[in-house]
Ligand binder design. Structure first.
Ligand code: HEM
Length: 477
């Protein structure tokens, strides 16, 4: 506590209690209030010319770089890759998967997995992107017919789960037809617990964690999550061994799970390594894309002119058949849609923040941050920098015209983080989302059924919309 207070007193930030620091600012806020509070603290600090701010939690110094330039220092480090303490909560689920691992293990696994996201592979995933997006459109048809309001979020969620299972694991789970999917409920429960854990010091004590039943809750969620992926792995393995499924050996289509299974056969990977990486991909790749696509639909619904321009671009590039597939080449020509999806990630970043725990002292813009401090890289804070994004609360896709991007620091916009530990799935996710949104907009005009700020991003592992994405869908003729 003394060390955190000593260094903390030299970094700009709100005054705090000697023992509890700024804890009360965190505990008194709702999840969305927390985001607003931090954005406001960052705004005040920037206006005073600061590039970092800090918060103090009991014995913990939490530092936020608030400009792209200050963020570069941590993101460009090739040694400060340890995740913050908050990630320990995910240990029982994803263990030492890519997201949290460091050192030689991380390097070796990342090198092995990277080829699954080579651009030639991405093209091979388009059949699944199209197929599942069309199922999504069909599942929503009844709402356009009867004029009922529909919350798009769970529909998109089931669609992205089907996409990731089929592309990465070669397994169809048909979640779009199973509305009570236990895996999705467990993901929701586990990630919601994370925020509770992060700001409830009593939960940090393992005995109290157990005593109040949190451990049991966590174990139950974990059991469901691991059983789901464990079954997928076992099924795929059995299918390959019996010759029922063809091993995808072509460079173009080898799926992630087959790749990892081949490494366990040659003893490069243990069975446990395999499970952890599969769970990491499910965790990292599914909820994130869902959140991003949901907010894109919300932004489109609230900006009908933008939605119309997206539709016109779609007709121009892909033709006017709403049921036709969108090819990889066409997706790459949808430049306006691309800007819209980026602006949506700026307005509401799907991942509110990622953390690093310093192993060595680091200086950022003249401030000394001690070893052990947590540095939070928060797109939520960086993307609202009013010195860089004028009127940051306004949705304007033209901020992403090439000439506008050239005026900014590359780390002013970091929805997928950056540096060596950046998101491995970013291209996959962007293309998947493009195809989903394209199919939705080609078929329906999306109208909002709440004001923009009546559904708010929650500060969990992902920025889930507090009241969903309630819309009316009007069939395009
Ligand atoms: C809109 C969608 C997505 C967003 C916003 C997103 C964001 C992020 C962020 C912020 C990180 C942390 C990087 C860091 O600590 O610096 C990350 C890491 C990661 N993401 Fe994503 N992600 C998305 C989609 C995906 C998809 C689709 C996959 C897999 C199919 C994926 C797999 C991963 C993995 C494995 C890591 C860990 C990488 C490493 O540490 O080497 N993500 N992602």
């Amino acid at each position: 506590i003394r060390k955190a207070n000593y260094y903390g007193s030299k970094i700009p930030g709100p005054p705090g209690h000697w023992l509890t620091g700024n804890m009360s600012m965190f505990q008194n806020e709702t999840s969305h209030g927390l985001i607003k509070m931090m954005q406001e603290e960052a705004r005040k600090a920037r206006d005073q010319g600061y590039s970092v701010i800090r918060f103090l939690l009991p014995g913990q110094l939490l530092v936020y770089p608030i400009t792209g330039k200050a963020t570069a220092k941590i993101l460009e480090s090739t040694t400060e890759l340890h995740k913050g303490e908050g990630y320990e909560f995910f240990g029982p689920w994803i263990g030492g998967g890519l997201l949290v691992s460091v050192g030689e293990r991380w390097k070796a696994h990342r090198k092995l997995i990277t080829p699954s996201f080579h651009f030639a592979k991405l093209e091979g995933y388009f059949d699944v992107f199209n197929q599942e997006s069309k199922i999504l459109v069909d599942c929503l048809e009844k709402f356009s017919e009867n004029g009922e309001t529909v919350n798009l979020h769970p529909y998109i969620n089931r669609c992205t789960l089907d996409v990731i299972c089929e592309t990465a694991m070669g397994t169809k789970v048909n979640a779009q037809f199973n509305h009570e999917h236990p895996y999705l409920q467990a993901v929701e429960g586990y990630t919601a617990m994370m925020l509770e854990y992060g700001y409830s010091p009593l939960m940090w004590n393992p005995f109290l964690f157990w005593l109040f039943g949190h451990k049991k809750r966590q174990n139950d969620f974990c059991y469901t999550l691991k059983k789901f992926t464990g079954d997928i792995i076992a099924e795929r393995k059995a299918a390959l061994e019996s010759g029922e499924a063809e091993k995808s050996t072509s460079k173009r289509s080898m799926n992630f799970l087959d790749l990892l299974l081949s490494k366990t056969e040659s003893n490069v990977f243990t069975e446990e390594d395999l499970r952890q990486e599969v769970d990491t991909f499910m965790f990292g790749g599914h909820d994130t894309t869902t959140t991003s696509c949901s907010w894109s639909c919300w932004n489109l619904a609230h900006n009908p002119d933008v939605q119309q321009k997206v539709y016109e671009e779609l007709v121009k590039v892909c033709g006017d058949d709403p049921n036709g597939d969108i090819s990889y080449e066409q997706a790459n020509q949808l430049n306006y849609l691309d800007r819209v999806l980026r602006e949506s990630k700026r307005i509401i970043a799907p991942v509110p923040a990622v953390e690093r725990q310093l192993q060595n002292e680091m200086e950022i813009d003249g401030y000394t941050i001690p070893a052990g401090a947590n540095i939070s890289i928060s797109p939520f804070i960086l993307h609202r920098n009013h010195h860089v994004f004028k009127n940051p609360e306004i949705f304007d896709p033209d901020r992403f015209l090439p000439e506008e991007c050239a005026k900014r620091h590359p780390y002013d916009f970091v929805p997928f983080s950056a540096g060596v530990k950046n998101c491995i799935g970013q291209k996959f996710s962007i293309l998947n989302e493009k195809v989903m949104v394209a199919h939705l907009v080609r078929n329906y005009r999306i109208e909002p059924m709440l004001k923009f700020d009546e559904s708010l991003p929650c500060f969990e592992a992902v920025s889930k919309p507090s009241r969903g994405i309630p819309v009316k869908l009007i069939r395009r003729i």
